[in-house]
Design a protein around this ligand. Structure first.
Ligand code: AHR
Length: 664
């Protein structure tokens, strides 16, 4: 029995019949279209005269529904260079020397002065079964001052700061150590200045790992730099897995970018839905997220073709996802691959699907098993003896795209096996499923990407939805206006939508905006808008980020009885209460171009005093933040005294307010 069918008007539902490659090619045009649509709609609604005050009544003594403590979380996947070239701190792009029709992208041959050399991919030798090939550097002539080697330009530059140590490493094989040492240098692109240098002696013989450090002096911060690995003697050397890591969040080896971790912490999330999204599925069946190839030493991770057009190194693999959760003190919502590929193929339920069900069981054991279990022991060997917390397991992603109808049986096969071994976890279906006894989903994952005006028109969608079936996880949602990050029109749509999720949070247990991260460099982005933007050296947050951080940071745990009359069509609100701190949280969203006066009556016998009003205002629907103007829209805090009942309060045009009213 279906819970809530996907609305056929959603862009995704409309796109369901479009082959994925066509969808991706037409994405920019689609985004422009949806970006423009809402603005005309909202402007047309703007009344000329100042409206009369709306009456908002809240009975703080009567809690009518609970608010889910896990309502706000994050969704992630490898899209827009979210991991490689994003959160994952690795500075070298194409560190495993994968060739393309353009050559060995992001690597250049270096021949200084009279040096003579060539480089090419050698498919016959590599340091591991996972990395069986390498780059072969053949130097026919080189000397001190006329060195030969290779250089990497990073992910749209290599960001460097003063007095900072960078950890470099590579695997190498040399027939004769006389070609060495290899000199690693950080070099400024514009001037050729050497900003840091280290020498690495080679040994002749089989593949070995080499490590070095590069420490900068009093340099100016910049990202127009490259790494050069070069030699001053003739000979041949093979290289693989060349890495350069800056300082990371909490100094974790193989860790994450500090600024992005801090941005995410600022969202006050409660969970991370991982590892996707489409990233879980892959375009073809062979591209599925095989988590077992993403754990262990980096040299044993082959990487895989990700669906958003580029290769994933899997340097940020399953354990790193889990440690990311641990660092932010949140829990994973673990999505397991369920046998569907984006181009429409699926694994037949039954015998063919069995290995994938086994893989999912193993994956849950890797996450939650103690060190006496096979996969718990593997996790301990990988450096993390303690098990991770888990409550929710999602089976697949957007399986409503599977027109074959196989999801019912695929879901059932996973659900039966998972419930048998792990009855304690709640199972999330990604599409409505027919429900043979024992395989009912606990939760359905609904996704909404809509223009802001449509998002606002949609805010009553769950108000009268049945409360007897599965709970709802809004696992992906966004108002679609603005690029690369949401503009203020989107922010208003997002805030309006969040008021509806809070109001319905007895049904909606979790929600996560998507996508979360975008590298804003040309060529790095596949989807917009995205919540947090960055380049190699800095990051910024969108106005929608601020709205989401404010909503999540002032959540409360119950919705008091409330009602409103006389408000404009583009005014939205939610009221929640904290039962332990006795704070009333009001979220007021005025998406119209005129102010909204309110008379707020607080019933329930508790006396209000001074309220904290945090306000987010955009001058236009198009107004936004950007990497060059990151603080155009930021929250502003003021105190407001409540002297009378009703409390007269006006929400300015194009403004979101989060108000804390202490009730005791
Ligand atoms: O968030 C971008 C994509 O949108 C996700 O990968 C997918 O689940 C949805 O179609």
């Amino acid at each position: 029995m279906s819970h809530l069918p996907q609305d056929p008007a959603t862009p995704l539902a409309r796109a369901a019949s479009t082959p994925r490659h066509l969808l991706m090619l037409s994405l920019p045009a689609m985004l422009v279209a949806v970006a423009l649509a809402p603005l005309a709609h909202l402007a047309a609604q703007a009344p000329a005269a100042k409206p009369a005050a709306a009456q908002l009544t809240i009975d703080t003594a009567k809690i009518v529904t609970p608010v889910s403590p896990m309502l706000y979380g994050m969704m992630t996947e490898e899209i827009n260079h979210a991991f490689d070239g994003g959160l994952y701190a690795e500075l070298l792009q194409n560190r495993t020397f994968r060739p393309s029709w353009m050559g060995i992208e992001h690597w250049d041959l270096v021949r200084e002065g009279s040096a003579a050399a060539e480089f090419s991919v050698d498919k016959t030798t590599g340091p591991s079964a996972a990395l069986p090939s390498s780059v072969k550097l053949t130097v026919t002539s080189a000397a001190p001052g006329s060195e030969a080697g290779i250089a990497n330009s990073g992910f749209w530059g290599i960001p460097l700061r003063a007095h900072t140590t960078y950890k470099g490493s590579f695997y190498a094989k040399a027939e004769d150590a006389g070609i060495g040492p290899i000199t690693a240098r950080l070099i400024a692109d514009k001037t050729g200045a050497v900003l840091a240098e280290a020498k690495v002696d080679l040994k002749a013989g089989p593949w070995s790992k080499y490590e070095y450090t590069l420490t900068t002096g009093p340099i100016a911060s910049s990202s127009t730099n490259h790494l050069q690995l070069s030699v001053a003697h003739a000979g041949t050397v093979w290289l693989q897995l060349a890495s350069l890591m800056p300082p990371t969040y909490h100094d974790t080896p193989n860790g994450n970018r500090t600024d992005l971790m801090e941005r995410m912490a600022g969202l006050h999330p409660k969970f991370l839905r991982l590892p996707g999204g489409n990233y879980l599925e892959g375009d073809r069946l062979e591209d599925w997220y095989n988590w077992k190839t993403t754990i262990g030493p980096l040299v044993d991770r082959p990487g895989h073709q990700a669906p958003w057009t580029y290769w994933s190194t899997d340097g940020l693999g399953l354990l790193e996802f889990l440690e990311w959760c641990e660092d932010l003190k949140i829990e994973p919502v673990l999505a397991v691959y369920a046998g569907y590929a984006l181009r429409g193929d699926h694994i037949k339920p039954g015998k063919d699907l069995e290995p994938f069900v086994e893989s999912a069981l193993d994956e849950v054991e890797y996450v939650t098993g103690d060190a006496t279990t096979k996969w718990g022991a593997e996790r301990a060997k990988d450096g993390h003896p303690a098990a991770f917390p888990l409550h929710y397991i999602e089976i697949g992603n957007e399986d409503f795209f599977d027109r074959s109808g196989s999801y019912d049986a695929r879901f059932e096969q996973f659900a039966v096996a998972l419930r048998k071994k792990y009855p304690q976890y709640k199972l999330i279906a990604t599409a409505p499923v027919k429900e043979p006894a024992g395989s009912e989903p606990d939760v359905i994952d609904d996704h909404y990407y809509r223009p802001p005006a449509e998002m606002m028109d949609f805010v009553h969608h769950y108000d009268n939805a049945p409360r007897t079936g599965p709970k709802i996880f809004v696992g992906e949602w966004a108002s679609m206006s603005g690029t690369p990050t949401p503009n203020f029109g989107s922010t208003l749509g997002d805030a309006a939508w969040m008021t509806s999720m809070e109001r319905n949070s007895d049904l909606i247990v979790m929600a996560s905006y998507a996508p979360l991260l975008v590298n804003i460099n040309p060529g790095a982005m596949q989807w917009s808008p995205d919540l947090i933007g960055y380049d190699a050296s800095s990051s910024y947050v969108s106005p929608s980020y601020y709205a989401q951080a404010l909503f999540a940071g002032h959540l409360g745990d119950g919705t008091p009885k409330n009602s409103i009359t006389g408000a404009g069509d583009h005014f939205f609100y939610s009221a929640t209460l904290g039962s332990t701190d006795h704070v009333l949280h009001l979220k007021l969203v005025n998406a119209s171009s005129v102010s909204q006066p309110l008379e707020i009556a607080l019933d329930g016998g508790m006396k209000a005093r001074t309220a904290t009003v945090i306000s987010l205002h955009g001058s236009t629907y198009e107004a936004t933040n950007s990497i060059s103007d990151p603080s155009r829209i930021t929250p502003q805090t003021r105190m407001e005294t409540l002297t009378a009942t009703p409390w007269h309060h006006t929400v300015p045009a194009l403004t979101i307010e989060v108000i804390d009213v202490p009730l005791k």
